[in-house]
Write a protein of this length. Structure first.
Length: 314
């Protein structure tokens, strides 16, 4: 019997990383969690679950080289610090270390839906660098597989994280919601947002490592349901009603195009993201996910299940 595969998870304490650690451990893999500070509660929880903590910074290429030694597969999601150029270099460091490691045969990179559709964005678009980084990472991992021991690459493109509905992030994206239960959004009434639990990236990652031939050289959209803002409000209201044992009504306030443009000019980071979402056909993302994953898509966390499990943090 061959020994279990060894997996290195970068950004292991994040929403995606924790899910990847969890699902890879459940699949019987040996998991190394690359963490900046092993003393944090999140890192200690990973260790308690069975992962081996590997302290290091993604800016430290030598540390990454040491971390990838003897590893079979590497999972990477983009490092985010607000420094776009630096973030791309730090994320690229992980791929460099992986392609230099003779044992690494599979790299799984998580980016975002529509990551390959922004080459013609104008130079002054507020999300231009965000999309350039996503695209660059996808290109870089493909290139690495052409000139190293890496035989397989898998790109996962998540939709909108359900975690963004939870506090404290929820108050940043939906100001005032915790106080008055009103979702103030730049989404149009007809826009369907493709939602997913960030931890479910781990379901696809574990499956890809188990069957690399099936998932190799593929970019996979990941979303479980596409909902309008009004539909989302109804789902949240039901979850809050069950939690509080009284009827909770969640309202939606749609910002006009003029309001959205004004917020973008004022530097609001959420406004351009919501404006971009208006141009994405969420139902197509979900359909693509189901086509790509087949039966595996039935294992993804539903919106209702997620909201029920986290209602106290809404």
């Amino acid at each position: 019997m061959s020994p279990p595969k060894k997996i290195l998870v970068i950004c292991a304490t994040g929403n995606q990383g924790r899910g990847v650690v969890q699902h890879c451990l459940a699949a019987g893999y040996t998991v190394s969690a690359y963490v900046r500070d092993p003393a944090t509660a999140a890192a200690r929880q990973l260790a308690q679950s069975g992962a081996t903590l590997v302290p290091g910074d993604v800016g430290d290429l030598d540390a990454l080289r040491a971390a990838t030694r003897g590893v079979d597969a590497v999972f990477l999601t983009e490092v985010k610090s607000g420094d776009s150029a630096g973030d791309l270099q730090r994320s690229t460091n992980v791929i460099i270390a992986a392609e230099e490691a003779p044992t690494v045969s599979h790299v799984i990179v998580s980016t975002a839906i529509t990551a390959d559709e922004h080459d013609s964005d104008p130079q002054d678009h507020p999300m231009r660098q965000y999309w350039r980084n996503k695209r660059a990472l996808e290109t870089r991992v493909r290139e690495a597989a052409e000139s190293s021991a890496i035989q397989h690459w898998t790109i996962i493109r998540p939709g909108h994280y359900l975690q963004n509905l939870l506090q404290p992030m929820g108050s940043f994206i939906f100001p005032g919601f915790a106080q008055d239960r009103v979702l103030r959004v730049g989404w149009r009434p007809e826009t369907q947002i493709p939602w997913m639990d960030a931890a479910d990236v781990g379901i696809v990652t574990a499956a890809a490592i188990a069957d690399p031939e099936r998932y190799s050289h593929r970019a996979i959209d990941l979303a479980t349901e596409a909902l309008t803002a009004q539909e989302l409000a109804g789902r949240i209201g039901r979850a809050l009603s069950v939690l509080s044992k009284e009827d909770v009504q969640v309202q939606v306030q749609h910002r006009s195009e003029e309001e959205l443009d004004e917020r973008i000019r004022a530097g609001d980071p959420i406004a351009p993201a919501q404006q971009w979402a208006n141009g994405v056909r969420g139902e197509d993302v979900v359909a693509s996910c189901r086509d790509e994953l087949g039966l595996l898509a039935t294992k993804l966390t539903s919106v209702d299940a997620f909201l029920a499990a986290h209602a106290s943090r809404l």
